[in-house]
Design a protein around this ligand. Structure first.
Ligand SMILES: [Zn+2]
Length: 370
């Protein structure tokens, strides 16, 4: 995903949620797309030594993602060779502590390279149902995975390349493990931690990180419409990515669907019914076109957009129209002729004033699942 898309997504976060007193004031965009698997160097790729002894495999998902800085000097060597060397250095240092292996599950080098830390962590996150217990956050290792961002960030912040990688890797971890972005914390936030990790300057960017990760989860990473453009009707018993997107979306809105595992079970149905009862347009526990339309536009600010406009609000509008009407519409955030025609058609079908402009009336209809 380009920085432009990420920043657009972030810019929309000030939007006011328009309805439902029971709806949490989450600042997370509503839509969960598929985040592509990042290109991560495995322990093999960087020439890790074998671990000393066995590494505990926890057959459950972590509850938190913990962000660290290594406190190494901020190197200007952004090469792959330097990235591999720092991974080996960390492993040597950690094993000198008497640890079995590198403490953290993942590392981000100064050049933005993503590397597996502790052996097995990469396969585990791809699988999404287990993690390797690390040694990065005392008292919290049995419930969290950690990312070490190489450098010292008390006064400086990570490089742009590190930041982009951190957003992508964090989004992928959140997606695979069904973690809400609020579960991204700094080492200093771990209960009982006595550390200033990940440094004051970097710590000041944690809320921005959560917002950008939320946007990445909403819009996908690496562009393309992909599965995020699909809004199939899903109900109890269904499985797959669309179910996962419904679950993640309900979760960020404040209705607990259980673990976002892509399996539409009773907890997901209950959460969906709660959400539908707030919409006021019928409760059936099924995510059909109108419910999808509401989910897709939930976090839009609802500002008036018209032909020639562009940005995140337009993208929300396009997603909502596509989801609720099944119209074949690009979700590119550019309000052109096709979007105008889709707005007019939607307005006509719903008995609204037909002007091709998305104003308060049109937004309200979309957000209420009409
Ligand atoms: Zn730390």
């Amino acid at each position: 995903m380009s920085r432009r898309r990420l920043l657009q997504g972030t810019a929309a976060l000030g939007g006011v949620i328009a309805f439902g007193t029971a709806v949490s004031a989450s600042t997370t965009p509503a839509f969960a797309a598929t985040v592509s698997r990042p290109d991560i160097m495995s322990t093999n790729d960087w020439g890790a030594s074998a671990a000393q002894g066995s590494l505990p495999i926890l057959t459950r998902r972590p509850t938190h993602l913990v962000i660290h800085h290594t406190t190494h000097v901020n190197s200007d060597d952004f090469s792959n060779a330097a990235a591999k060397e720092v991974a080996r250095l960390i492993q040597r240092n950690h094993m000198t502590n008497g640890w079995a292996d590198t403490g953290q599950q993942f590392t981000i080098a100064r050049g933005g390279q993503m590397l597996e830390g502790r052996h097995g962590s990469l396969d585990a996150v791809v699988d999404g149902t287990r993690f390797i217990e690390g040694a990065h956050a005392y008292g919290f290792n049995d419930q969290s995975v950690g990312i070490e961002v190489d450098g010292m960030y008390t006064n400086d912040v990570p490089t742009d390349a590190q930041w982009s990688s951190l957003v992508h890797l964090s989004a992928y971890i959140c997606q695979r493990y069904g973690l809400h972005v609020d579960r991204i914390i700094a080492h200093r936030d771990v209960p009982g931690a006595q550390t200033l990790c990940c440094g004051d300057a970097f710590y000041g960017k944690l809320s921005a990180l959560r917002a950008e990760v939320a946007s990445a989860l909403a819009n996908g990473v690496d562009g393309g419409s992909g599965p995020s453009g699909d809004y199939p009707t899903v109900r109890l018993g269904d499985e797959g990515d669309a179910v996962r997107r419904v679950q993640v979306t309900l979760d960020v809105i404040g209705h607990d669907p259980g673990v976002a595992d892509g399996v539409f079970g009773p907890a997901t149905e209950k959460a969906l019914r709660e959400y539908q009862s707030l919409l006021g347009t019928g409760v059936d526990g099924i995510a059909g076109p109108r419910t999808w339309g509401a989910l897709a536009t939930h976090h839009a600010a609802g500002s008036t957009v018209t032909s020639g406009d562009s940005g995140t609000e337009v993208e929300y509008l396009q997603r909502g129209l596509k989801a609720s009407s099944g119209v074949d519409l690009a979700t590119d955030g550019l309000f052109g002729d096709q979007t105008e025609a889709a707005v007019s058609a939607y307005q006509k079908a719903r008995g609204l004033t037909v002007d091709g402009v998305a104003g308060a009336e049109t937004w309200a209809a979309l957000k209420h699942g009409q």
